[in-house]
Ligand binder design. Sequence first.
Ligand code: BGP
Length: 472
Amino acid sequence: MTTTTTTLFPEGFLWGGATAANQIEGAYDEGGKGLSIQDVMPKGIVAPRTDAPTQDNLKLVGIDFYHRYAEDIALFAEMGFSVFRLSIAWSRIFPNGDEEEPNEEGLAFYDRVFDECAKHGIEPLVTLSHYETPLHLAEKYNGWVSREMIGFYERFARTVFERYRGKVTYWLTFNEINSVLHAPLMSGGINTPADQLSKSDLFQAAHHELVASAAATKLAHELLPGAQVGCMVIAMPIYPLTPDPSDVLAVMTADHANLMFSDVHTRGYYPGYALRYFRENGITLDITDADREILTHTVDFVSFSYYMSICETANPERVAGEGNIMGGVRNPTLPASEWGWQIDPVGLRIVLNQFWDRWQKPLFIVENGLGAKDVLVDVDGVRTVEDDYRIAYLNDHLVQVGEAIADGVQVLGYTSWGPIDLVSASTAQMSKRYGFIYVDRNDDGTGTLDRFKKKSFDWYADVIATNGASLT
Ligand code: BGP
C-alpha cells in the first residue's frame, strides 16, 4: 500500500481541542452544583474513592475554567479553532441527578460558555456524560447497574437539548462508553468495587447506557432538526503479538469486547458474537422489547479517542504484561510516553480505515495527544514551554489522518485532547500535561493558574490556518 505526501483535509474539516467539565471547571460546589463521583476520586482511577471531597483533589479547583472560560475560549479562537469539545457537568444541571427540576444557575453557565464560543465562530461539541455521574446516583442507585438511570439521563438530555437548541449541533452521548467494562466507577458511576461486581451486573449497566444513548439520539433527532449525534469510544488497534493463529484469535476476541459498543450504536442491535459471549459466560440480561426498539435509533457518526495501540496474545503468561486501562500487552516495536502509553501514529490510520470499513459512518477524532512533563522556561523574557516532543507527536498523528482521508475515509474533524493543560483522568495529576497552553498549577495544588502559550500553540495555529498543509 502506498502513502501520499500531500495531506488532503477536506474543506470544512473541524479543527479544535477537547476537554471535560470535571477536569477543567473547578468550582465544584459553586452555582448550585451537586457533587459528582470525580469530587471523591482524588487519585483518579488508581485509588479507591473517598467518603467526601478532600483537599488533595485537584479537580475541585481544576484549572478554574468556570471563572476563566472567556479568556480560554479567546485563546482557542486565537489558534483558529472551529470546534471546542466540552462536557456539561450533569451535577450542575441536576445536582443529585434524580430531581424533577433543573438548576437554573447551572444551565445559565453553559449559556454563557456557548455564547462565548459563538462570538468567536466556534462550534461546541458537547459530551453529555464524561466520567462525571452525580455522586448521589452512584450511592443511591449504584449508577448504571440500575435501570432507573435511563430515565434520569433522558431527563437531563431533554433539558439541555431544549435549553441549547440553536446553540449546539454536535452531541456525544457518553465519553468512551466501552470503558465501563474496565473502570466501572469512573465510567459507569458504579459504586460496587470492581472486584465484587458480577459480570451480569456489569453488562446490564452497559446495556442501560446503550439504551440511554439511543434514547438521547432519538430525542435529539426529534427535538433538534439538523442535530448530529455521535457515540464515543476508546479506539485502540490491537495487534497479534505473534503470527500464531491463536494470537490472532485472541485479538479478534479482544476487539469484539471494544467494538460491541459501536456495533450496537451503528447497527441498532447486539451482534451475534456478543450474544454468544453472554450465553457462554452465564450473563443473563434484562433486555426488553422496548429496549430493542429504542436501540434501532442509531447514531449519525462515530467518534473516538486515540492514544495508543496494544498487542494481544493467547499466552499472556509468557510476556511481562504492561497493560493500561484496557488491558493487553506491550508492543516490543514501539516507544512509549512517560506514562507508558505506547506511541503509534500509523495505528490511527489503521483504526480510521477499520472503523470506516466496518460502519461506513463519518468519523470524528475527538481525543488524541501526548501527556508529558513540561518545563516552563524564559525565552527572551516570555515564559513558554519548548514542547517539540508534543509537536512531533501531533504532527505524526495528523499526517496519518491525512493518509486515511486519502484512503477514502470520511473524517469530520479532529479535537486534540487537553488544548489547555488540565487534570488527568487516570492519575488526577496536573503534571501530565497535554496543552498548547500551559497552566501554572502543580500536583500539590500550588500555582497562580496563569496561562502561558507553549511553542505548540503557534504550531497548531499554523496547521489550522493551512488546513493541514503545514504538516511535515
Ligand atoms: C481519556 C478520557 C479523558 C482524558 C484522556 C487522557 O480516556 O476521556 O478524560 O483524560 O483519556 O487520559 P489521562 O488524563 O489519564 O492522561
